[in-house]
Write a protein that binds this ligand. Structure first.
Ligand SMILES: Cc1cc2nc3c(=O)[nH]c(=O)nc-3n(C[C@H](O)[C@H](O)[C@H](O)COP(=O)(O)OP(=O)(O)OC[C@H]3O[C@@H](n4cnc5c(N)ncnc54)[C@H](O)[C@@H]3O)c2cc1C
Length: 241
């Protein structure tokens, strides 16, 4: 049996900032969508740009994965069947980002999933987050779930000051906004190095371009004491060379 695929339609569009567009989806197909999955990903299924009815083709067929991209569940309101996704926009061209930029109320989007929540241990005494703007939805959704008395640091790359978001993070978690268009910024590594070598009590979340994830993991492996079971590290996108 293939994955469950749901047809949804755009309920609302809200530009949070110059590089982040919030799109809320709805549809009766969300009636059995699970609650509490914020920060987990879904596979969004996009219409082929050439399709005349702008409807994605659901189901498993040759090449179906070409129309799928991973996106984070920012929130889900079961009562109103409203699933919210934040799309990073205006900094690259691609099937997903182009769809989000052109989206109108009533447009169709397929949804498969969800997967599991990403952070390895919400109850760890310390937390570390590294992510570019594509990981901001997952980091924000996770920070909102952490216990109030916890501590840590979150390093988040955003292209522009106005892309900062108000996040309901625990007071002990310091947000470091890395304001730069460079998603490969060395500031991630500088941040990690500044925390010292013993981070064995820390749950670590890394999500960015593949080479950034590799660089940070390599530093963890060569220079840090950390608990591998408390690490989530994932390439959220790959720079095509
Ligand atoms: C688990 C998971 C959760 C994710 N959640 C989100 C989310 O909530 N919001 C979000 O915006 N993204 C999220 N992403 C990232 C998103 O899936 C990718 O950025 C995706 O490649 C975008 O698809 P596209 O069709 O726009 O571009 P593609 O067709 O995949 O790529 C087109 C070109 O753009 C480049 N490219 C792709 N993404 C970027 C980028 N971010 N910056 C610069 N160049 C890029 C590629 O290298 C390629 O050259 C997530 C990824 C994963 C794995």
């Amino acid at each position: 049996m293939g994955p469950t695929m749901r047809m949804t339609q755009v309920l609302s569009i809200n530009d949070l900032s110059p590089h982040m567009r919030r799109i809320t989806l709805t549809g009766d197909s969300l009636a059995d969508f699970p609650e509490g999955k914020e920060s987990a990903h879904v596979k969004a299924i996009f219409p082929a740009p050439s399709s005349s009815n702008k409807k994605p083709k659901l189901g498993v067929y040759l090449g179906f994965k070409n129309f799928m991209r991973s996106y984070t569940i920012r929130s889900f309101d079961k009562e109103n069947l409203a699933l919210t996704i934040d799309f990073a926009v205006n900094d690259h061209q691609g099937l997903a980002t182009n769809w989000a930029l052109a989206a109108k109320t009533g447009d169709y989007l397929g949804i498969a999933g969800p997967g599991d929540a990403k952070h390895a241990d919400l109850n760890a005494p310390n937390h570390l987050f590294f992510g570019d703007i594509t990981a901001l939805p997952a980091i924000a959704a996770t920070l909102e779930k952490l216990p109030e008395n916890t501590a840590g640091h979150a390093y988040i790359q955003i292209p522009n000051e106005q892309d900062k978001q108000v996040i309901a993070a625990p007071k002990g978690v310091k947000l470091h906004w890395l304001v730069t268009a460079n998603k490969f910024t060395e500031d991630f590594l500088i941040g990690l190095k500044s925390l010292g070598n013993d981070i064995s009590d820390t749950a670590i979340f890394i999500a960015a371009e593949a080479s950034v994830v590799k660089q940070l993991k390599s530093h963890l492996n060569t220079s840090c004491e950390y608990d591998k079971t408390k690490l989530y590290a994932s390439a959220y996108w790959n720079q095509k060379r």
